[in-house]
Design a protein around this ligand. Structure first.
Ligand code: SAM
Length: 285
């Protein structure tokens, strides 16, 4: 009989966030595969858990996975934990799940905190729809490409960042999203110095120039609103005359009636207004 893989979410700072189910699972499994065994040992000692540990991280995962899979196939119950938060979220774990799925090995999850969602709900930004970007690439060109692709993103964007790279990342946000875009930084979540800062990108930059960033950060950037995008498009159409705007649609084979309807919609005015402006233009000719 094959065993089971347990993906275990662990606290992101405050050990009291460990669930009963997490503690019970970590106590009952045969083995815990941890990103950093020394780090996880602190969690195990706190809850007096004696389960054996083995390391499983970014740099040994290719060699270690076949051994873990063989243990699972032989019937072992194995928990995977990262240093903090959910495995598989900017942390190892996802590869192992995929391999278990491929080999028909049972996988389950013991959900726990994740900094992204914790920061999002605390930010005050729109949390109905969001996009998780994790860490931006460190290479400048690659980072620019990722940010450019997000320029018109209308969902709230969630990023992870290390304190020593915060200033550079905020500057890149300013270039991509503009100084007035609203954002939040969520620092040291669930810990003693938990802090959320909200404001425009320019205000946040000014704050961290005065107060050098320390600790762990989640960065949240407001998406461009669909209404703003529409307003921008309407503004762009104003740059051409009503007549050229009409010709644009007529040349695509639209009837005069439909073209007038579409032009009115694009320019956010009534059809009568388009008719009136076309009439004036024709009279002037
Ligand atoms: N697996 C983790 C999770 O589920 O959130 C993320 C691991 S990732 C390697 C580490 C990054 O998560 C940090 O650099 C920081 O951006 C964010 N992070 C983790 N703990 C945090 C906390 N307590 N407060 C704010 N950000 C945190």
């Amino acid at each position: 009989m094959s065993g089971k893989l347990y993906l275990c979410g662990t606290p992101i700072g405050n050990l009291e966030d460990a669930s009963y189910r997490l503690v019970r699972t970590l106590s009952q499994v045969d083995l815990i595969a941890a990103e950093d065994t020394r780090n996880t040992l602190k969690l195990l000692n706190h809850f007096e858990i004696k389960t054996p540990l083995t390391s499983y991280h970014e740099h040994n995962k290719a060699q270690k996975a076949p051994w873990l899979l063989a243990q699972l196939e032989a019937g072992s119950q194995i928990a995977v934990v990262s240093d903090a938060g959910m495995p598989g979220i900017s942390d190892p774990g996802a590869d192992l799940v995929r391999q278990c799925v491929e080999q028909n090995i049972a996988v389950t999850v013991i959900p726990g905190p994740t900094a992204a969602v914790t920061g999002l709900v605390l930010s005050g930004l729109d949390s109905r729809r969001f996009v998780f970007e994790g860490f931006l690439p460190q290479e400048k060109k690659e980072r620019r490409m990722v940010l450019e692709a997000l320029q018109k993103e209308h969902r709230t964007m969630v990023f992870y960042e290390a304190p020593h790279r915060l200033e550079e990342t905020l500057e890149a946000f300013m270039q991509t999203f503009g100084a007035s875009r609203q954002m939040a930084t969520a620092r040291e979540l669930t810990k003693k110095f938990e802090e959320v800062r909200r404001g425009s990108i320019a205000q946040i930059i000014a704050h961290y120039q005065e107060n050098p960033p320390k600790g762990e950060f989640v960065l949240l950037v407001e998406g461009v609103s669909l209404w703003q995008q529409e307003a921008q498009k309407a503004e762009d159409w104003q740059k051409i005359s009503v007549l050229s705007h009409m010709e644009h649609y007529l040349s695509q084979g639209m009837s005069e009636k439909d073209a007038m309807k579409q032009v009115a919609k694009d320019r956010k005015v009534g059809k009568r207004e388009i008719y009136r402006q076309l009439h004036i233009t024709k009279e002037e000719e």
